[in-house]
Design a protein around this ligand. Sequence first.
Ligand SMILES: Cc1cc2nc3c(=O)[nH]c(=O)nc-3n(C[C@H](O)[C@H](O)[C@H](O)COP(=O)(O)OP(=O)(O)OC[C@H]3O[C@@H](n4cnc5c(N)ncnc54)[C@H](O)[C@@H]3O)c2cc1C
Length: 475
Amino acid sequence: MSGDEWDLIVVGAGGAGLSAAASAAERGGRVLVLEAEDAVGGSMSLAAGMFTAAGTRVQEALGVEDSPDRFFQHYMDLNQWRLQPGLIRTFCEATAPTLHWMMDLGLEVPAQRSTNAHMPGLGHAGVEDVWRGHTPAGEGFAVVELLERTMRTHGAELALGARVDGLVVEGGRVCGVRVGGEEARAGAVVVASGGFAHDRDLVDRYFPAARAAGEHLFVVAGAGSRGDHLRLAEQVGAGLTGQGWGLLLVTAYLQRHHHWDSGFPPLSRINVNSTGQRFMDEDVSYAVSAGILADQEGPCWMVFDEAARLSLPEGFLDWTPERVHEEAEAGRTHRADDLAALAAAIGVPGSTFVRTVERWNQTLPHGLDPEFQRHLTLAAKGVATPLTELGTPPFYAALLVPGELVCTHTGLRIDSRARVLDVRGDVVAGLYAAGEAGGGVLGNRYVGGGNAIANSLTLGRIAGLDGLEHAGRSA
Ligand SMILES: Cc1cc2nc3c(=O)[nH]c(=O)nc-3n(C[C@H](O)[C@H](O)[C@H](O)COP(=O)(O)OP(=O)(O)OC[C@H]3O[C@@H](n4cnc5c(N)ncnc54)[C@H](O)[C@@H]3O)c2cc1C
């Protein structure tokens, strides 16, 4: 590594880093990618790969009318305009070209409607104004393979087990990185080291909402998500943005894994708050459910009956009939032979709770949920199984928590060319950031599905191309 001079050094070989590296290498840049772990991919390789993009060929083939303008309006509105419009406009305009670039390289996104995040095609996660979530065949792993192959084909070099721990700065300009005692120099450096989900102190500091899950918090992000971007930022006085934001998914406390492994809770269930009433569409988009939970006072509970427990399929790590039984035997999941006793066990008013269950039994199991419109959400997810009444004892209640930490949004402040800005808003010469390491695109509301990957791949590409141009070797 030492002694070489590169056009571009990329810190991290996840979604943003591989996108930056493949983009720059394809244009003739001499690119070095440094990856802390023993394998490429980061969170990107664990993801479904859903990519939100507006005005794409896939949408057009399916007759979905969309445009960057429409995406911009929706994105800003959902985030209550708490993001910088210039950066978001660039992002919205660049999503479709980024997706098309990867499709031209061989990524397969079939022109078919997809009703879940793992089904290739065009889907949605419940908060979009039009179908915008593009899931590739082979999911996130396929994206990683494609981009790694592309960058290697064009001569980029990759070093694994190389955790960057410092930037080389000369005359106010970033001109390289340090790994242990070694140094590598380049015309520009892209920090694409992901988020900080695995550093509990940083999570406490920059995403305190995760504290609400207490001991039940579990992290599904890639192991390399340790917040190194924040440490590198300190060295050059980079500004930060996105404090307090990230993506937490609501789970029952007993869930410890991403749903691919954990399985899903029973469909026939309701969520109640401390008043003993339902307070949400239990299937509402993961993009907004943690906010709804945070609005409740006191503990909230997932409630289901014995028939629902027995309906759970085998073969998963958390949501199986046996696991729920064990939790109830251990007293961690409440269980009672009648609803009044269950209400007493979880400390909610008994008569209200019984009425809540009666109302549920009279509504959604017969097709409609007038209060929360959950029938529409289920229909949009393609759920055809009718939901059953809550009526077979014993009854169960499991504590709800914002338990699953997926990604974090506090990153280095960047402009619309992905250049890092310092605390005064001036460009830090030679330094770029993208993905979760770059702040300002991922906001207070996740614009599911595919917001984080769109950010990672799109801003990665912008950083790679601008960084190369800046290094003066663009073909
Ligand atoms: C299970 C799961 C499913 C998901 N599904 C989706 C989805 O379908 N759609 C969506 O939009 N988002 C999804 N996400 C979120 C999305 O995958 C991430 O936000 C995105 O991959 C982040 O990209 P990144 O490049 O910033 O980080 P990563 O992909 O995590 O890459 C960062 C890389 O940098 C490396 N690194 C860290 N520090 C250093 C260092 N100091 N030196 C060198 N290398 C370093 C890491 O090891 C890692 O390889 C999902 C996340 C998870 C965990």
